[in-house]
Design a protein around this ligand. Sequence first.
Ligand code: M6R
Length: 614
Amino acid sequence: MCGIVGYVGNKSVVDILLDGLEQLEYRGYDSSGIAVMCEEDIKVYKAVGKLQNLRDKLKGHETEFNNSTMGIGHIRWATHGAPTLLNAHPHTCNCGNLVVVHNGIIENYKELRKSLEDAGCIFRSQTDTETIAHLVARKYAQCKDLTEAVRLASEEIEGAYALCVMHNDCKNKLVITKRNAPLLIGIGDSEYFAASDVPAIIKHTNKAVYLEDNQIATLTPDSMEIIDIDKNNITPKVEVLPWEPVALSKMGYKHFMLKEIHEQPDVIRNILVGRLHAPDEEIILNEVNLNKERLRHLNRIQIIACGTSLHAAMVGKYLIESFCGIAVDVEASSEYIYRKTVTDEHTLVIGVSQSGETADTLTAIRQAKAKGSHILIITNRPDSAMAREADSLIPVNAGIEVSVAATKSYIAQLMAFYLLSLYMAEIKDSIASSTLTSLKTELMILPQKIEQILAHKENIQTVARAYANTKDFIYIARGINYPTALEGALKLKEISYINATGYPAGELKHGPIAMLDETMPVLSILMNGSVYDKLLSNSEEAKARNARMIALTNSKDEKLNELFEHIIRVPDVQELFSPIIAVIPLQLIAYYIAEFLGKDVDQPRNLAKSVTVE
Ligand code: M6R
């Protein structure tokens, strides 16, 4: 959460900072600010709300920073203190000579604040970040070296942080550091960039260094010097970034979310490339660094994830247990890290994360790693912190996902689980080869089936509009589509703010059925297979309580017209693949309702794309 950018070079800095922040808006958008090194001194501009408010505020000030070529910027997702102007970054020390932007959480900020206040510092905000501004300024007053001041301060700071610091005495020097928060350095021609993520710099350069925890970099237009916290010099490892700037365009779609929903057939094709050539050939998953003998005898897997990735994990459990007969536990990372977990070197621990940055999941996998478990990471960001912790890494290659609501990354994560579970089944010889061939055949034609749904999405739009004014929404399903119900409800909640809940349909009668009446829409994910009849009965029970019934189904049964007020029909598919097909209309329902209600689809309130705080 929160995004930071920094620049030192030879170009006019303000546009670079604002463009960079725009690309990081997915990390938070409560408020924003920049600090620019001007001829006389540093100038700070901040605004509450979207970045556009900052752009508006800067209009008319252009002449003040015409010749400025160094600055830092920040986009905030509030943790400590409401999203107000005073709490917006950059933060300054009392004399205004030192400015800092920060992503993360300073855990000992109360103690630091107390001792800084005792020493005479006056705090103006409620943020944890302001302590850093005062602390580094005091260190600088003692040593008169900005790099050393940042290093000394980081010895006292506990928690997670990525920092960019400037001081009026150092007209072309930017000092940056990090611990448990992402920060990379982009390398241009006589210029350096600092950013929380690749999109902020990819327009300018694809050469970068990922700063490691507790490293401190000093950047000037012509030099980059990196030391560790013990003052040892570090030789930077320069990487070539894989991202293309075009990935960040809406390509004519009204929202990134709609574009990303439409990219899903290609996302499936991409992940299959090089891994599944033909139904009668073995799956190639070289990324799994466990030898076949160990895989054959694996008897316990834990999967940890948050949000949408957790729903993918739940489908993964179903697949691995069905195909391989291995017991799988799935748990929300935020729960996993605060209890005594039973894991050891015989357990395979799978972390699932679009961003590869989610703090809860990162902490969870580090805990499991410390106990000797093999860590397999399924992520869309092979350059992320989680990827760097992995013993095995399955990159899902969905391309940059800009919309806060995850869609294509979910499909990609599901595909990773299909490949992984079938790969393990082949090694364990736990499925008949004819069944395997038929499963792989179906896997390869999933993209066409999604394309059929997308080609006829008008009906889904009509259904969405019919329920756009509801206050509550219930999704029911059973078996492998229970996670689909959770995911459909999560999508609706996060972008339309309608109270939506997913239930295993058999649980309705144990309580939730009390809520049903003619105002309550109940969407039944009624896919052909082992639980079809049971779910139909549960739908009847809901109908008998006057709920407004909607079916999402691949059944051709005409009798469904009597039970359901609206029916969304999708192409037929084997039950085990139905989560891939069923989730597409649910993503579209959420999208069309939010769009109809005029909500900020890509940047819903209170959320951020990467949740880098626990
Ligand atoms: O990057 P991750 O997959 O680890 O993120 C986990 C959740 O924060 C994320 O899935 C969140 O729930 C999305 N906004 C859902 O659309």
